[in-house]
Design a protein around this ligand. Structure first.
Ligand code: AAL
Length: 390
């Protein structure tokens, strides 16, 4: 009886050992003796394909996951924004960076609520919008968790004609500077689709994120001169603080559809109301659509999506001007407006981002909404991955 028990025990033990050998987890191919193939750290001294050559010339690491400026993106529907019963007559889009103030997150965005959905430039009038962002105001909302929001109503109304933005005020972004708040936005002087998109940038300021907002009533970033790349539109103003100055990145587009080219420029000022000096090396990014950037280590990183030869890339400029491609990615957030804790701290060691808001466009324009705000999450933060980070 005892022998049988011993034999049974030995059989069980040996099968467990075999199981564990079969399921050993390969932590890394670095030091697995005899592992079939390890990508050599140094470039091998032998003929390789063009693709293998690029592993050693173009990329920090063969696996993008090892690249601190690589991330994929996840999306979550937001609660608190009502679209019921609106057949394309309501839109919320082009959110600002989120601002954390007194324990609450704030976001500002383009809000349109018109009797009809957009009908194109030719059929538009004082009440019928030409485009999704025509006849719009800037509204704001607050949240304690970034998922459920409470809409607070209008922040910037359309001023009376002929003030800057009388047709539409849209695509705003926030700056906090010496305890005051500034909202920069596109000021449409004509319906989008006619020449309205040739809009300049206006600004309003307040002592609190709650407002009230006082319009500066002057254009702060002018359109370029005849023949310059940004002679038409100055879109998507995106302020950050660097070197003790206000850095506003912006998009301009030139050429006619379907050959429109969209590129990103930079304008710098000593204070939020300008004067803003455009960088002599503009345009500084040759692709992308809305501007979405964040301080990262000494430099600045950019989410470059949608348009241009370098779309779907995350880019980096240590000097905040000369951008290089840091990684190629996919399913990037549209009009991404990240939560950037060190956007205004004049940091020289940017820690990156983990979430933000973006918009999702119901391309057919059918159904209840034209564009809606969504949340994205990503892992472009040093504080999660940076082992030195204490
Ligand atoms: C957006 C932004 C700007 C454009 C239009 C509304 O995605 O690029 O704001 O003017 O589209």
């Amino acid at each position: 009886k005892n022998i049988t028990t011993v034999i049974l025990l030995l059989f069980v033990l040996s099968s467990c050992k075999a199981q564990s050998e079969k399921f050993v987890v390969v932590e890394s191919t670095e030091n697995q003796e005899g592992f079939p193939f390890v990508l050599p750290k140094e470039k091998p001294n032998r003929k390789m394909s063009a693709a293998m050559e690029r592993i050693y010339t173009d990329y920090e690491a063969p696996q993008p996951q090892h690249n601190e400026l690589f991330s994929q993106f996840k999306y979550t529907e937001l609660k608190g924004f009502d679209y019921n019963g609106h057949d394309g007559t309501i839109t919320r889009r082009d959110p600002s960076k989120t601002l954390l103030h007194n324990g609450k997150y704030y976001v500002w965005y383009t809000y349109r609520n018109t009797p009809t959905p957009p009908r194109g430039a030719d059929m538009s009038n004082d009440t019928i919008p030409s485009s999704d962002w025509d006849l719009s105001e800037i509204w704001f909302a607050t949240s304690t968790d970034g998922f459920t929001w409470e809409e607070q109503g209008v922040a910037i109304k359309r001023p009376k004609k002929p003030m800057v933005g009388w047709r539409s005020v849209t695509t705003t972004d926030i700056l906090e500077w010496e305890g005051k708040y500034y909202l920069y936005y596109q000021g449409f002087m004509e319906a989008s689709g006619k020449r309205g998109d040739d809009c300049p940038v206006a600004v309003s300021y307040a002592d609190s994120p709650e407002g009230p907002w006082t319009p500066y009533n002057k254009i702060v970033i002018e359109n370029g001169k005849e023949g310059e790349w940004d002679q038409y539109s100055i879109h998507d103003p995106y302020p950050l603080v660097h070197n003790g100055k206000v850095y506003i990145y912006y998009k301009s587009d030139f050429g006619e559809k379907p050959d429109k080219v969209r590129m990103q420029g930079l304008a710098i000022a000593d204070n939020p109301l300008g004067p803003f000096e455009k960088h002599p090396l503009n345009p500084v990014i040759t692709s992308g659509h809305e501007t979405s950037l964040f301080p990262f280590r000494k430099g600045v990183a950019a989410l470059v999506y949608k348009d241009g030869p370098e779309h779907n890339t995350i880019q980096y400029a240590e000097d905040w001007v000369n951008f290089e491609i840091a990684s190629i990615t996919e399913l990037m957030p549209y009009a991404a407006a990240p939560h950037v804790p060190d956007a205004f701290t004049n940091t020289e060691d940017g820690r990156g981002i983990t979430w933000g808001l973006a918009h999702f466009i119901n391309l057919g324009g059918k159904g209840e909404f034209h564009s809606k705000l969504v949340r994205f999450d990503c892992d472009l933060s040093l504080d999660i991955h940076d082992p030195e980070m204490k």
